[in-house]
Design a protein around this ligand. Structure first.
Ligand code: M6R
Length: 601
């Protein structure tokens, strides 16, 4: 979490920093700050709240040709102006921004820095105080910086300014994402490429435990011993227009609407020259040689994994376990003899998933990462990457990445089934194209979804339940997560049959129930479960699939192949959550307490 940006060159530094931070706001948004250095000294601006609040306090006259900025998701210390970055050393010589967590900051405070006073509650402040200490004891600031980094345990992406040298930014990275952007007579650094697309499309990747000395005209990468490292540039596959909202009021709505395109795009990207769905031979080999797949993920990606398990077991006959990453890390199950790990992560930066990846690599196991960000940490550190091709997802609530994950997992299962000589009784390309068409119809049903939100989830409702069976249950988990994270309504997804074992005690007069009925095999069962809650006063909204509908169903989704329903039934739930949040005046794209990229464990 947290986003950092730094710029050195002769354009409007403060504006580049602020615009960069606006693009990074998805990483955290409880406070923000920038520091711009000119020959007079450092001009520091920090504010609680969004970048818009910071903008209001930045002096428009501020100019300077080097600066750093930060948008924060609090880990150590409450969100306020004091804890906001940049932080400064005691003398004010050094100014620093940091993303990550310094695990040994308490020991450093009471040990090496015992004689220092600290202004903030952050772990970051120890870094800048250490830089001042070690720079004073070293021949060069760079050497002092490297000594500092060697003392740190944990994760960091750092940009550092030295008041006495306005021609350089010192940069370092370990486990937190950071990229350098390359320009003509300027250079830039940020947590991700999106923050730099305003000035460049050429980037240099940084690896863990590297530092960079950045000037207007040079980028010098070194390891912690000071040995220089050569690395070329690359241009990522993103377009500046992909990260704009266009005419949409929110990214979330835009991203919901992009889903039909994303599915068609995925099918195209994974078709071979004969028009057949096909994956890289190396990935196929991993699938064929494993005896069990372990899917590791968090949040929405975990929910996608639950559906992916059905595809792999049903079509490819591969046994699959799905695990929440943060649980797996500290409670690893007994593994099979030839396990294959599949990490599902939109961002590719989720620390909980990465912790598992690190552990299983130590054990010598193979890993595939399914991600929307090739080149991300989970992508780089796994053996193979499956790209989601969903385009940047900016809203904190994941929507198009979820359906992209389902589509890519389906293709992985289909490819494995084909490779094993298993005949499928459907044409996956045709079915995915029917899915994309159905998604379009659902995206056009916004007014109905707005009405459902207003009817079933009015402002006085504090909770809601999602009921489903089989595939519908997994989608209900995702629907409940969507609703709770953006509208703050307590929402839970339950398997229909499980209610009577406890949760039914929560049903009162008017309790909103959203039930999915897209699975023929359990259609009557789920309807029986709905009757049970209606008998106890609940207010049911049944969303069924064409062909399975009954008279009082509230909304009927177009018919798709029964195995692919999750790709379409989730769209009404995404839209209902969106409108429920909107009707409550919530900040849909940036819900409280959350961040898009969860880079702390
Ligand atoms: O980037 P990842 O897919 O690894 O992120 C995992 C979760 O943090 C993420 O899905 C989260 O649950 C979303 N905010 C849900 O909308």
């Amino acid at each position: 979490m947290c986003g950092i940006v730094g710029y050195i060159g002769n354009q409007d530094t403060k504006e580049i920093l602020l615009r960069g931070l606006e693009k990074l706001e998805y990483r955290g948004y409880d406070s923000a700050g920038i520091a711009v250095l000119d020959r007079q000294g450092v001009h520091l601006f920090k504010e609680k709240g969004r970048i818009a609040c910071l903008r209001e306090i930045v002096d428009p006259q501020t100019c300077g040709e080097v600066g750093i900025g930060h948008t924060r998701w609090a880990t150590h210390g409450v969100p306020n102006r004091v804890n906001a970055h940049p932080h400064q050393s005691a003398s004010g010589r050094f100014t620093l921004v940091h993303n990550g967590v310094i695990e040994n900051y308490e020991q450093l405070k009471t040990g090496l820095l015992a004689s220092h006073d600290f202004k903030s509650d952050t772990d970051t402040e120890v870094i800048v105080q250490l830089v001042e200490k070690f720079a004073g004891e070293s021949e060069t600031v760079e050497e002092g910086f490297r000594k500092t980094l060697k003392e740190l345990k944990g994760s960091y992406a750092i940009a550092l300014l030295d008041k006495e040298d306005p021609d350089v930014i010192y940069v370092a990275k370990n486990k937190s994402p950071l990229l350098v952007g390359v320009g003509e007579h300027f250079n830039v650094v940020a947590s991700d490429a999106m923050a730099m697309l305003q000035v460049t499309d050429q980037f240099v990747e940084l690896m863990d435990k590297e530092i960079v000395v950045l000037t207007r005209n040079s980028i010098t990468i070194k390891d912690l011993e000071g040995r220089e490292i050569q690395r070329g540039t690359f241009t990522p596959e993103i377009d500046a227009s992909d990260i704009e909202k266009g005419t949409y009021p929110h990214y979330m709505l835009k991203e919901i609407d992009e889903q039909p395109f994303v599915i068609r795009n995925i099918v195209q990207k994974y078709q071979d020259l004969d028009g057949k769905l096909s994956l890289d031979e190396s990935i196929r080999k991993e699938m064929l040689s494993c005896d069990r797949v372990y899917i590791i993920a968090c949040g929405t990606s975990y929910h996608a994994g639950l559906v992916g398990k059905q595809y792999m077991e049903k079509w490819a006959k591969v046994p699959v376990e799905v695990h929440i990453a943060s649980e797996f890390s500290y409670n690893m199950p007994l593994l099979s003899e030839k396990p294959l790990f599949i990490f599902i992560s939109q961002s590719g930066e989720t620390a909980d998933s990465r912790a598992v990846l690190v552990e299983i690599k130590k054990l010598g196991h193979k890993a595939i990462t399914l991600t929307n960000v090739p080149g991300s940490t989970l992508s780089r550190e796994a053996d193979h990457t499956l790209h989601l091709y969903a385009g940047p997802e900016i809203a904190v609530a994941s929507t198009k990445a979820y359906t992209a994950q389902l589509a890519v997992l389906a293709i992985l299962a289909v490819d494995t089934a084909y490779a094993k000589g298993i005949e499928l009784d459907f044409d996956p390309i045709k079915e995915l194209s029917i899915v994309a068409n159905a998604m379009e119809i659902l995206c056009d049903a916004k007014e109905e979804m707005e009405d459902i939100a207003a009817t079933y989830l009015p402002a006085d409702k504090r909770n809601a339940f999602f009921l489903g069976r089989n595939m519908d249950y997994y989608v209900c988990l995702e629907g409940a997560l969507k609703l709770k994270e953006i509208s703050y309504i307590q929402a839970e997804g339950f398997p229909g049959g499980e209610l009577k074992h406890g949760p039914i005690a929560l049903i009162e007069d008017g309790t909103p129930i959203i039930a999915l009925a897209t699975q023929e095999k359990v259609n009557l069962n789920i309807r029986g479960n709905v009757k049970e809650v209606v008998a106890r006063g609940a207010n049911p909204c049944i969303i069924s699939m064409k062909g399975l509908q009954q008279p009082r169903d509230r909304f009927i989704i177009p018919a798709v192949h029964p195995d692919f329903t999750a790709l379409v039934s989730v769209i009404p739930l995404q839209l209902i959550s969106y409108y429920a949040a909107l009707q409550r005046g919530c900040d849909v794209d940036k819900p409280r307490n959350l961040a898009k990229s969860v880079t702390v464990e």
